[in-house]
Design a protein around this ligand. Structure first.
Ligand code: SAH
Ligand code: SF4
Length: 351
């Protein structure tokens, strides 16, 4: 298989030395115009286009399935060079509103194939971990999705498949390309990295340049409950995790967001919310409550509406900002990992 163009040092592209502007033109096609083939680069001579196409692959990810429509959540299934599948989700701010394209566009990006952390409720970890994504595969999701959407996403959230902090070196390079003015050019403020709680890596991440955001997948206020649903908590229990987040918030001067999936009768007791309030106060964090998205084959359910409201009220009473995310794309399996699992098990997808 041909090497990836962007993974090859520019001096090996063999561009005509008498035309020094070609490199800039090509970068513009890739990062600003989201070209997925050399053929599209219409201001390059045909001979150069076919020469490059014969020697390089341009995209690290190839879209094989898109579910959803332009004004709703769209889930994109990608095939990678080694035949693995991967997914990203495009989320418009106002899905379903008649013809409203003015809203912001968020892309949910994956960082690994599978996940080693095995949170009980999550589809991504069901088949274990396969490999880290390369930086090109991370950036490729953004470029490929921009092509499909017809524009660059406004916000990126690393909340797809995998644990981004278990892939830090490649994440770092990808974040640099995504935020650089001569790269994709998305402001670091519009990037959110989500972690299940790898305490040492959170402190490492704080050293990355840029004012990006951190979301902590907390999902419980006590070690007792967290141990039941997130094996990572045995390694980095709350007494290690919360100080690491505190260090991050201090270094970056950024507020952290807690993600909190609501699982019926597991972590939806108001006493658990009280414990989260204490962590939120300490970190000045706000809380995102996410009613669980059911995963085929897993026994968990979302709580009733009244249980959700009771839980949220604990935060309101304590003066902590807590929103309930009415997740988009429930009907198209937008929870992490589900589309890929179906594909790999060859279960037919709904039309
Ligand atoms: N590994 C990282 C990032 C990917 S998971 C992390 O855990 O933070 C991104 C978010 O999706 C996490 O908060 C995760 O807990 C949540 N999630 C996983 N499965 C879900 C489901 N079935 N319904 C709703 N949210 C889910
Ligand atoms: Fe991995 Fe995040 Fe899923 Fe946990 S929630 S298994 S860390 S992807």
């Amino acid at each position: 298989m041909n090497p990836l163009f962007l993974d090859t040092p520019a001096e090996k592209w063999n561009l005509p030395s008498a035309e020094p502007w070609r490199e800039k033109q090509i970068r513009e096609w890739i990062f600003q115009r989201f070209a997925s083939s050399f053929e599209e680069m219409s201001n390059l001579p045909a001979a150069l286009r076919s020469d490059l196409a014969g020697r390089f692959r341009l995209s690290a990810v190839e879209p094989v399935k898109i579910q959803g429509s332009a004004d709703t959540t769209r889930k994109i299934l990608w095939r990678l060079g080694d035949g693995s599948f991967l997914e990203s989700v495009l989320i418009p701010a106002n899905p379903g509103r008649d013809g409203d394209r003015s809203g912001r566009l968020t892309l949910c990006v994956s960082s690994q194939v599978g996940c080693a952390y095995g949170c009980r409720f999550c589809a991504s970890g069901l088949d274990g971990w396969r490999r880290n994504l390369t930086s090109a595969e991370i950036v490729g999701q953004v470029l490929g999705a921009a092509k499909i959407a017809g524009r660059r996403p406004d916000n990126l959230v690393f909340m797809g498949m995998g644990e981004p902090l278990a892939n830090l070196p490649r994440l770092r390079v990808a974040m640099e390309v995504l935020t650089a003015a001569e790269g994709v050019g998305i402001g670091a403020r519009h990037l959110t990295v989500s972690t299940s709680g790898l305490a040492p890596q959170i402190e490492e991440l704080a050293k990355f340049p840029g004012q990006f955001r951190l979301a902590l997948s907390l999902h419980a206020g006590t070690n007792e409950t967290r141990d039941k649903i997130m094996p990572v908590n045995r390694k980095y229990p709350l007494e290690k995790l919360i100080p690491a987040c505190e260090a991050f918030a201090k270094t970056k001067r950024k507020m952290i967001t807690f993600e909190y999936i609501l699982l019926k009768e597991l972590n939806d007791d108001p006493s658990e919310a009280q414990a989260v309030v204490r962590h939120a106060r300490r970190l000045h964090a706000k809380v995102n409550l996410i009613p669980y998205n059911t995963v085929e084959g897993l026994p968990y359910e979302r709580p009733t509406e009244s249980a959700i409201r009771r839980f949220q009220k604990v935060f309101q009473d304590a003066g902590i900002e807590a929103t309930v995310r009415r997740e988009k794309g429930h009907d198209i399996d937008a929870a992490c990992g589900q589309l890929r699992l179906r594909e790999e098990k060859r279960v037919p997808l709904p039309a």
